[in-house]
Design a protein around this ligand. Structure first.
Ligand SMILES: Cc1ncc(COP(=O)(O)O)c(C=O)c1O
Length: 351
């Protein structure tokens, strides 16, 4: 057995903060097994990636089959069935007219793509993001991120003309309102932004996590999200949902947009999309995507054949095993039980 700590200290920068010293050997369903033979229930799912658990046999089979045929060719140079089939299949699930994709590798890359698409198509300089949000670690995505100062400290100047507003967090309402009688003061904050800091005509995009993830698993009220979409429409500002974390069943719908009964202009997808392999996507309508000209965006690895095969297999499992229905069932059970705990223990403020 290697001296793990020695190798980590010698060859891995501590910048990637590790939360445990475990060494994983294999995963199966909800469990992880370490090299010293211990079994762990994996509550983290590879940071919200393994929506179907570890090593689902169908995904493993699809990866093996694709790896024997073609591992990489670059979608820049030609096409291959796994990517073509994935785009067609995924378009069956994405809301409304959002049926054009740009495939990339990580959530941050998808966010970068969304920022670039919005800037390119509107030719406007500014963006609006939310306090508490997490969008990734690349410079553009990091500039939108505001979940902790630790992620940003030491990297300024970040992208300019980004305005962070309050997230609609009713439990800790920044305006001390009650959810039932709330007058959406946090939305009025955006109106005040337009009055004092940036004209709406200068804003390309509002980037919104439909459930704030890293910021504390905050579900915004439906009426806020609807009003935000309406405001964007009125001001001719694009609205992007960062569904990197909320996508693929986590809200009891394939995408949170469907829970909110809304079709944003752009979505960023990542994490669970690739069945465990690196894959992400910018999703939008033909209206926005069609006139993004050849060469305006790109990447060597995007739509990797093996990742696409895994993603396709994952979507098939969603169908065959009624995953969304199961998410709702298990989610409701958990919520009910957690609410019971909340009633019993005053230390629990919110579920
Ligand atoms: C909402 C959201 N957006 C973007 C990202 C960045 O994804 P990645 O770490 O794959 O770059 C994350 C990662 O946690 C996320 O939760």
């Amino acid at each position: 057995m290697h001296n793990v700590e020695e190798i980590l200290n010698e060859h891995f920068t501590p910048a990637l903060a590790k939360t445990t010293k475990l060494v994983f050997e294999r995963g199966e369903g909800p469990y992880l097994y370490t090299t010293d033979g211990k079994k762990y229930l994996d509550y983290v799912s590879g940071i919200a990636v393994n929506a179907l658990g570890h090593c689902h046999p169908k995904i493993v089979a699809a990866i093996k089959e694709q790896a024997e045929k073609l591992i990489h060719a670059s979608f820049n140079l030609g096409s291959y069935p796994s990517a073509l089939n994935l785009a067609q299949k995924l378009a069956e699930y994405t809301p409304g007219d959002l049926n054009m994709f740009f495939f990339s590798n990580s959530g941050a890359e998808a966010v970068e793509g969304a920022l670039k698409l919005a800037r390119y198509r509107t030719q406007r300089p500014a963006y609006i993001a939310f306090k508490g949000s997490f969008h990734g670690r690349t410079m553009g995505a990091l500039s939108m991120t505001a979940s902790t100062v630790n992620f940003r400290a030491g990297y300024e100047p970040l992208l300019q003309s980004i305005y962070h507003v309050s997230y609609p967090y009713c439990f800790r309402c920044p305006y001390h309102q009650q959810e039932e009688s709330c007058s959406l003061e946090c939305l009025a904050e955006i109106e005040r932004l337009f009055q004092y800091l940036v004209p709406p005509e200068a804003v390309a995009l509002v980037l919104f996590e439909p459930v704030q993830g890293e910021g504390g698993y905050i579900v915004p009220p439906k009426k806020y999200v609807k009003a935000l979409a309406q405001l964007c429409q009125e001001k001719n500002i694009l609205l992007a949902f960062d569904e990197v974390q909320t996508g693929f069943g986590r809200t009891g719908h394939m995408f949170a947009a469907q829970y909110f009964e809304l079709v944003p202009d752009i979505m960023a997808l990542g994490k669970a999309i690739g069945g465990g392999l690196p894959l992400s996507a910018v999703v939008s309508s033909k209206k926005l995507m069609k006139d993004w000209p050849p060469g305006a965006h790109g990447g060597t690895f995007g739509a990797n054949p093996v990742s696409c095969a895994a993603a396709l297999a994952s979507l098939e499992v969603f169908e065959e095993e009624n995953i969304i229905e199961n998410c709702r069932k298990v989610g409701s059970y958990f919520k009910e039980k957690l609410l019971e705990l909340k009633d019993r223990f005053p230390v629990i403020g919110d579920v």
